[in-house]
Design a protein around this ligand. Sequence first.
Ligand SMILES: Nc1nc2c(ncn2[C@@H]2O[C@H](COP(=O)(O)OP(=O)(O)OP(=O)(O)O)[C@@H](O)[C@H]2O)c(=O)[nH]1
Ligand SMILES: [Mg+2]
Length: 484
Amino acid sequence: MSEHPESGSAQFKKPTSKFKRPDKEGNKPQSKKNQSKAPICDTREVLTICVGHAGCTLGSKLNEVICDEHGIDPNGTFMGESDLQLYKIDVFYQEAMGGNYVPRTVLIDLDAGDLDNVRGSMYGRTFRPSNFVFSRNGSGNNFAKSYYTSGADIIEESLDAIRREAESATCLQGFQILHSIGGGTGSGLGSLLLDRLRDEYSGRIISTWSIMPSPKISDEVLEPYNAILANKHMIDKADFNICVDNEALYDICNYKLRFPNPTFSDLNHLISVAMSGVTAAFRFPGTTSHTLRSIATTLVPYPKLHYLIPGYAPLTSRDEQPYSNVSIKSLLPELLSTNSMLSPCDPKKGSYLATAILFRGGVSAEDVLQYLDYSHVKSKDHKEWLPTDIQLGFCDIPARGLKLSATALVNSTAITCTLKRLHKAFQALYSRKAFQKWYLAEGMEESEFSEANAATEDLISEYQSHEGNSDKASKPANAKGKNK
Ligand SMILES: Nc1nc2c(ncn2[C@@H]2O[C@H](COP(=O)(O)OP(=O)(O)OP(=O)(O)O)[C@@H](O)[C@H]2O)c(=O)[nH]1
Ligand SMILES: [Mg+2]
């Protein structure tokens, strides 16, 4: 992992004509302004929506990392050294009248104090002031309060801010929602946004970066309810969910990076580095052009099975960094090992359904194919019918401070270990109807608990039906399974 942004420049090379791609997905033609500024770039904007404390803090960190990569200073002014930093800047930023770059990010929280911290952070001034949407009611860590009452009170204001951003885009590719599904706001208001965005932007890709709660990190008693209630909306309304787990992040910080007492800031740095890796091919020229849609198309073989596990390499401690020498040969096994996954799931213990790897630095497909050992992504019961084992993507511009790095997105049945953990914790409360009155008092029906429970059980069963022999694997996508 690259350390926090330091001085020194990324190695920028000139783009070649192979980056001149026509926009195939766009419904709207490019504006004159964009044509003159980036005539060879197919701008497809991504709107980032941060919800709740974890979502907004992570969004703020991501903005810091991406601003640094694109040479944007804390005032939003471009101070970079290369035109390549501006080449696809429109994907994540809008150029304002004053020439400053404004993140296409909306930050929403029911706790105004948490947003004040983001506003007061180093890059807080880059965000558009009207894109901070908040109330002072709080959610009391309750999904129902933020889905039905306090959150519902600010949903129209939130959607107005999102619409303003969407309308300023020339060809919006979609949304990434950042949230923690253990929090009341991240789960409830995040779900309400998923529902409303799916209605209003049915043709756009809606993705999430979802922080899964872990009892090892947080002892909030209602988190399992919030997570399973939110999961129903994530199954039905999102195109794909990238799942990060605080437990895995904590272990990586502790054991691999040797931070003795990792803070949320350290965990968020780790997630933002992976997010920067996944989005690098959206933001910079490369030999392959990636979009949210291309991720959904290649990694989601069945509609519901859209839970992706991210992995990142190299993850090197500060002490070891000066002595490390990263090569493709050493990077690939590290990337695909369990210790590099940001969810505590071992993909090898399940079946791989699809895998994508995005490389940063001067890497060619030939270099990678020379060392790519498909056994890294083949479980013993690998499905021969799956069309491609690994989708490769390349971005020539390296991550800050690194010559070479890679980010993986894995769709594996091993995600059931996280889903089962959440489901078990939910069941412990649900079987006793514990704390349900707080949810019912906000207008939630009791049946929502059982529907959410069934939705997660079906998802687990459907993933499990793709484990083992390939006859089971050819079950139709809408096959309903029974929980074990
Ligand atoms: N990785 C990470 N996890 C966080 C962070 N803040 C909180 N969490 C985790 O997220 C869960 C709580 O979610 P929050 O985002 O604080 O809650 P919220 O969405 O603001 O909802 P409220 O309950 O209404 O405050 C717990 O499981 C925390 O461990 C953060 O900055 N980074
Ligand atoms: Mg909060």
